[in-house]
Write a protein that binds this ligand. Structure first.
Ligand code: HEC
Length: 95
């Protein structure tokens, strides 16, 4: 009886643990966040301050402004630049 009980408890716990682990993994693996950590975080620990300048723009204007600026500001690679901009848009636009 004890063994059956242990199995009934253990299986959902394992399922829950692996769901949580996967969720964390996919968060950490956001390519924009990774690129930000590599290319920007040494100078801008978080984007909060520099993003204030862009919050009043429309989303399209903000993307163009960031893209233009970052071309010559530590994000020359177009793929990484696009990933960083998408990550900023999704996580760091506060009004
Ligand atoms: C070597 C340090 C350094 C790195 C690395 C760096 N920045 Fe900056 N960044 C600065 C400084 C200093 C300023 C303020 C002066 C200026 O506008 O150039 C700034 C300004 C900015 C601004 C404000 C522009 C504006 O018009 O107000 C943005 C946006 C920005 N950085 C984004 C980024 C992003 C995204 C990355 C990574 C791709 C990055 N920075 C990497 C030092 C850095």
């Amino acid at each position: 009886m004890r063994i059956v009980f242990a199995a009934l408890v253990a299986v959902p716990l394992i399922a829950l643990a692996s769901t949580l682990a996967t969720g964390q993994q996919s968060r950490a693996a956001d390519p924009g966040e990774t690129a930000y950590q590599e290319a920007c975080a040494s100078c801008h620990r978080t984007p909060t301050r520099f993003m204030r300048r862009f919050v009043d723009l429309s989303q399209a204007e903000r993307q163009v402004a960031l893209d233009d600026f970052l071309k010559t500001h530590h994000a020359e690679d177009p793929g990484k630049r696009a990933a960083i901009i998408a990550w900023l848009e999704a996580n760091h636009v506060r009004r």
